[in-house]
Write a protein that binds this ligand. Structure first.
Ligand code: GZL
Length: 303
């Protein structure tokens, strides 16, 4: 549901810019931090934010984008829940002369004139970082089960690709099972329970986000095993709950995915609203954490 301050249509009389933002949902700690960053940055920039939560459903995001077109907002931004199925609604925005900015997740479209720029992470590199750590920190046969993010989502497709690429040179490392856990804690727990019921030789869990990794921890403990010891865990995001589990030794390595896109997004909104040319792809800074690094970083983490 689009909820805006005053439902204003387009730049207010006083020149205030209106941004229509169609968010994926509230499925994970990462998403919560991302939403807070956007809402706070809009307030600080004096931009009127119309915000909607699609509960991870593409049809809801498309409906929100259409409502922003009707409201004739100055700029539309969104994080596409999946990579495909956007051309029609983005063409409507283009015909309405409303510039579109992609944040966080990308789309897979032939027509890159449908958006001004993409601001987010290199998810393939995130997958490579996870795989490289495992290659450097395993010896002998290593069976991996993979908790994938939402089917069709750019981070799920790319984190899988990058991990496979990084471990492809190590014949000892094998992904023996992979399944969609929808980026949620409950999804990760359910899929991990199924993996534990059908495999008794699991050495490592590679989860596409912390929330699914935290769900896997619950399933591993319920099976009488020690997470981080009997079954090691690698995740992506580095949100507070994940970093705390890492510092505790329940998770072994986390690849950071930076959700704090708000300030850069608002700068881009002002630039595209002014008709300025912007770089087509802008990647954010992010790192990785071992257990020791998590302990050191936790006190200063913003989320
Ligand atoms: C990644 C983002 C992913 C996070 C998950 O940029 O799209 O979606 O990794 C979130 O936690 O659900």
């Amino acid at each position: 549901t689009a909820c805006g301050a005053d439902g204003s249509d387009g730049a207010g009389d006083d020149g205030t810019l209106t941004l229509g933002f169609a968010q994926v949902g509230a499925e994970s700690g990462w998403r919560t931090a991302n939403t807070e960053s956007i809402q706070q940055a809009a307030e600080e920039a004096g931009i009127d934010l119309q915000f909607s939560d699609a509960q991870q459903k593409q049809e809801n995001q498309i409906r929100s984008i259409r409502s922003y077109i009707q409201q004739d907002v100055d700029v539309i931004a969104f994080s596409p829940v999946v990579e495909t199925g956007w051309d029609a609604v983005l063409l409507e925005a283009q015909r309405a002369d409303i510039p579109v900015i992609l944040t966080d997740r990308a789309i897979d479209s032939e027509d890159d004139s449908l958006y001004e720029t993409f601001l987010g992470s290199d998810f393939v590199e995130e997958g490579r970082k996870a795989g490289r750590w495992l290659v450097d920190n395993s010896d002998g046969p290593t069976n991996v089960v993979e908790l994938q993010g939402t089917t069709g989502a750019a981070p799920a497709i790319d984190r899988k690709e990058g991990f496979e690429e990084a471990v492809s040179g190590s014949s000892d490392i094998e992904v023996i099972a992979t399944q969609d856990g929808d980026f949620t804690r409950s999804g990760g727990k359910e899929v991990m329970e199924a993996f534990l019921n059908s495999h008794d030789d699991i050495d490592v869990v590679y989860a596409h986000n912390d929330d699914m990794g935290l769900g896997a921890i619950e399933a591993i403990r319920a099976a009488g095993l020690e997470p981080g010891e009997d079954i090691r865990i690698i995740t992506v995001d580095a949100v507070r709950a994940g970093m705390e589990a890492l510092a505790e030794g329940e998770i072994n390595f986390i690849v950071e995915c930076n959700p704090l896109l708000g300030e850069q997004l608002m700068e881009l909104v002002e630039q595209v609203a002014a008709g300025e040319e912007v770089t087509k792809r802008i990647e954010v800074e992010e790192t990785t954490f071992t257990q020791e690094e998590a302990e050191a970083a936790l006190p200063d983490r913003q989320y």
